[in-house]
Design a protein around this ligand. Structure first.
Ligand code: MLZ
Length: 265
C-alpha cells in the first residue's frame, strides 16, 4: 500500500537519524509476550500508586498488555510492558506480607472486598512467573541528541505508539514531539523513560505504529543529525530547519511517497 509508513523512507525524506538502541531503557531484543487474554496478575494501581491490585489482561499489543483492575470499570484500562516493574505474579503481595487493595473507584462497598477478591481469584488463570521479564538496566547517561527519531507512546492516547523526534535535551530530560502533530501531545520525560522506544520497535514486537500526523509539514534537515552534539551545531540545525525543504504529509499522501512534490521555502 502506498500509504504505509516506512521508517527507512521517512528517515531519508526527513534527512534524519534514529536514536541508537543504547539511548533507551528497553531490551535490545524486545521481550516475548506470552500472556493470554483473561490471565490475572498483580499490578500497581496507576491512579493510586501505593496500592497493589489484581488486574486482568484484557488485550495484548506487541510487548505490552492492556490491563483492567478487577472491581474497577472498563474506562480506566492501562498498558504495561511485559518487563514493567509495575506488574508481577499473583501471590507476590502475600509473600511480602502485604494486602491486595481494592482499586481506586472500586464499585462496591469496601466491606465486600475480601469476598470479591476470593471470588475473582477462584478458578481464574494466573499468569505464570516466567511470563514476567526483568526490567532492562538504565543507560548510564542521557545519550539522546536533538533531531533523533524514535517511537513514543502518546500519553493522551496510551494505546498509540507514534513516530516522534527528540526536540530538546536538558540534563536527564528529553522533549518528545510527535511528528506531524502540532504540539498538543508533546511531553518532557527522563531519558530512561519506558514510554519511548527505538525506531523499529513496533515492527519487531508486532505493536501497531501510527503514521505521522498531517497537521504540520515534514521537515527536511539539511545538516546531519550526528553533527548536532554541540550548541553551535544545534543552532545551525534550527536555522537550517527554518529554511528547509518541506514536503507536506498531505501531498505525500495524495501523490504517493515516491513521487511526493517538493516545496522549497
Ligand atoms: N483521535 C485523536 C488521535 C490523535 C493521536 C495523536 N498522536 C500523537 C485525534 O485526532 O486527536
Amino acid at each position: 500500500k502506498e500509504d504505509d509508513f516506512h521508517w527507512d523512507d521517512y528517515l531519508k525524506e526527513t534527512g534524519s537519524i534514529s536514536a541508537p538502541l543504547e539511548c533507551f531503557r528497553q531490551s535490545k531484543i524486545p521481550p516475548t509476550n506470552d500472556f493470554k487474554v483473561g490471565m490475572k496478575l498483580e499490578a500497581h494501581d496507576p491512579r493510586s500508586i501505593t496500592s497493589v491490585c489484581i488486574a486482568t489482561v484484557v488485550g495484548i499489543t506487541g510487548a505490552r498488555l492492556r490491563l483492567r483492575l478487577d472491581g474497577s470499570d472498563n474506562r480506566n484500562d492501562f498498558w504495561r510492558l511485559v518487563d514493567s516493574p509495575d506488574i508481577r505474579p499473583v501471590g507476590t503481595c502475600e509473600k511480602k506480607g502485604d494486602l491486595l487493595q481494592p482499586p481506586l473507584g472500586y464499585q462496591m462497598n469496601v466491606s465486600s472486598w475480601p469476598m470479591f477478591l476470593l471470588r475473582t481469584l477462584t478458578g481464574s488463570e494466573m499468569a505464570p512467573a516466567s511470563y514476567f521479564k526483568a526490567e532492562p538496566p538504565k543507560p548510564a547517561l542521557n545519550n539522546f541528541k536533538v533531531g533523533m527519531k524514535l517511537e513514543a507512546i502518546d500519553r493522551k492516547n496510551p494505546y498509540l505508539i507514534c513516530p516522534a523526534t527528540i526536540s530538546n535535551v536538558k540534563g536527564d530530560d528529553v522533549y518528545v514531539t510527535f511528528d506531524g502533530w502540532s504540539g498538543a501531545f508533546d511531553y518532557w520525560c527522563k531519558y530512561d523513560c519506558r514510554d519511548i522506544f527505538p525506531v523499529g520497535w513496533c515492527h519487531l514486537t508486532g505493536d501497531v505504529l501510527q503514521p505521522p500526523g498531517n497537521q504540520t509539514p515534514i521537515i527536511k534537515n539539511t545538516v546531519k543529525a550526528q553533527t548536532c552534539s554541540s550548541k553551535a551545531n544545534r543552532r545551525s540545525m534550527q536555522t537550517a530547519q527554518k529554511t528547509a525543504v518541506a514536503v507536506t504529509a498531505q501531498q505525500t499522501r495524495k501523490s504517493g511517497r515516491s513521487k511526493a512534490s517538493v516545496l522549497t521555502s
